[in-house]
Structure formats: structure tokens, C-alpha cells
Design a protein around this ligand. Sequence first.
Ligand SMILES: *Cc1c(COP(=O)(O)O)cnc(C)c1O
Length: 380
Amino acid sequence: MIYLDHNATTPVDAAVLEAMMPYFMHKYGNAASTAHRFGWVAADAVALAREHVAMLLNCEPNEIIFTSGATESVNMALKGVFEIYQTKGRHIVAVATEHKAVLDVCASLERRGAQVTYLPVDSNGLIDLAELEKAITPETILVCIMMANNETGVIQPIEAIGRLCKEHGVLFMSDITQAVGKLPVDVQALGIDIAPLSAHKMYGPKGVGALYLRRRGPRVKLTPMIEGGGHENGLRSGTLNVPGIVGLGMSAELAAETRTDYFNNTLYLRQMLEKTLLALPGARLNGHAGLRLPNTSNISFGGIRPGGLIKSLSNTVAVSSGSACTSALMEPSYVLKAMGVADELAYNSIRFSLGRNNTEAEIIEVTTLVQRLLESLSNG
Ligand SMILES: *Cc1c(COP(=O)(O)O)cnc(C)c1O
């Protein structure tokens, strides 16, 4: 089985697991226990992990809040910001191709009186900056635009968006879950005020993530969603998941160290993959050719029965059709729809998302297999 679904999740790196192990076993203290050594050891480990996440994003450690993952971070940020800033305005700008976590929370806020503008994207998956500027009104409190899309890998012009938000005095949240470890993510240079991320998308464990919240210029305020005990500056109560946080910290450290190699290696393999697959009759790339994550390739295969290809592949190659979250429902991907991809092409789209352990031999095997299946499917 060849795994090409790294945008859904990644394996835990051996060094990450090794770093976590002691915190399940003999270093089992509660990071909030201040009266003894067990607690101090756990608190020190959490502090170190916070530093590593902060270094990855170029922010201060006290601007990082640990959560159970990007979905929780998104909920916390959008709901918490709306709660506080709604006296200033009730308008939020998001994009039609955001992750379901963002879109579902936006829908929930709309039921609580928020007004949300969903920016469209062009056929390349990119927003239009002029359209964004037009969408911002005196009522706007927050702009929410992901850095890189999980289905297509398309990268939005984050630095320009950050500048625009600053000019208009609105907060800028960017979901960086797919970008960290693949692209440089410097929240200062990019002007990002709020950013959710998740460990399991960057070779860390599942069920742990973080939220970056700017503390100065401007200081972002939040109403906490989870109360009780006052952990994480009162913003996210509950005993800290020490082993998970240690794992996130280690995966952040490794992400910073390996980013350049990761970029070059996955890009090389992706170019190999695309060279063969995009030459096949009826194949076309979904998403901007250049402004894209190095590891992600979303390709539609025209002229075959819907769903046939992915089903035939499923015993040999792990890939996604659309996003993992929507593929249970037999609906064409909303991301591809927003880019104007026709339904029959969206049904036959495959997301290949490569990782740091994939090899040339695997890519050759996959491209040969797809080629063969396409021939048989179009003949039948
Ligand atoms: C995976 C993903 C999420 C959700 O992350 P979880 O940690 O699984 O909750 C949010 N946004 C993007 C862009 C993602 O790829």
C-alpha cells in the first residue's frame, strides 16, 4: 500500500514518539502541579514545546495556546473573537474554499447574528485582492483566509492580505494547518493575528494542536470556550495533554529543521507524478500551477465513470477524492465547485498529497497503475 494522503494525516515521526514516551511513563506529572518535581518536569516540557512552536511561527511563546487540534483552535478563535468584538461590528469575511471547520463555525455564527461574506475564488483557486478590499466594511471585525488549501494546495497571497487587513484595522486569521512545515510561516512578516494549526498534519500526534494569538499591535481578545481551572491564561481550561504537547513541540522543531528538504523532495516527486499523469488524455490539474504546496496535486480525469478510478485504486494507493471530511457524502468537492470545475470532473478528481517518506519507485508504481486503470476504464 502506497500512502499519498498526507494532507489528511501523517505518521508520527520516530523522534516525536520517542520524545513523548517518558511523559506517558515516569514523567507523568500534571503541568499545573506547582508543589513538586513531577509538576515542574511536566511544566518545563510544556514550556519548551511552546518555545518550539513559537520559533516555527516567529512569535512569542506566550502567544501560543495549546488545544486538541486545528478544529478546536478554529472554533475557539472564531467564536471567541465574535463574542468580544460583536459590539464593534458583526461582519466577517471568509472564503468559499476554507476548511469545513471554518465554514461550519461561520454558519453557526450566522445563526447567532453574524454576517459573513464568502469570497469567491477564480479557476485557479485564488481570491481577488480588490474583491477582498471591497468586501471590508466599517462593520468588519475579522478576515479569515487560509494560507494553503487542503484539497488543492493553492496558496493565497497572505502577505498582501495581512497588509490590507492592517490598513483597514481588522483582525486577520489564517488557517496555517497545511502550510506549516511546508512553507515558511512568519506571522510577523505576513501580518497574521490569529492562526490555528494541528500536530498530526506535520508528523506529530493526533488530538493536539495550537492557536497563535497576537498579543501586541493589536492584542487579540477572546472569550474562552472551555472554562474551568484557568489553564492557558484562562483561554483554554483543562489539564494539559503533556505527552501530546511534547509531541507537537518536537514536530514543530523537526518541521523547522526539515522544511527546505521537505519542499525540494516533495516538489521533485510531485513534478514526476504530474509529468506522467497530466499527459494522459482528459487529465487536468485543479489549482494554480505554481502557487501551490510542493506536496499537493489535485487532478481530474475526464471521460470515465464517476468514482471508478478512486475505487479501483483503493487497494493499492491511499489517496483522497475531494477532502476526507466530505468524501463520505457522495457529493462533488465544494472546493472544486467553487473553482468552477464541472461536476463530472470533480467526481473524478484525485488528491495526491505526498510526504517526506515517499520514493521515486512509489511514484512510478502509482503513475503506471493510474495509466493502466484509465485505459481499462475508458475502454469499458
Ligand atoms: C486538517 C485540517 C484542519 C483540522 O485539523 P484537526 O486537527 O484534524 O482538527 C483544519 N484546517 C485545515 C486546513 C486542515 O487541513
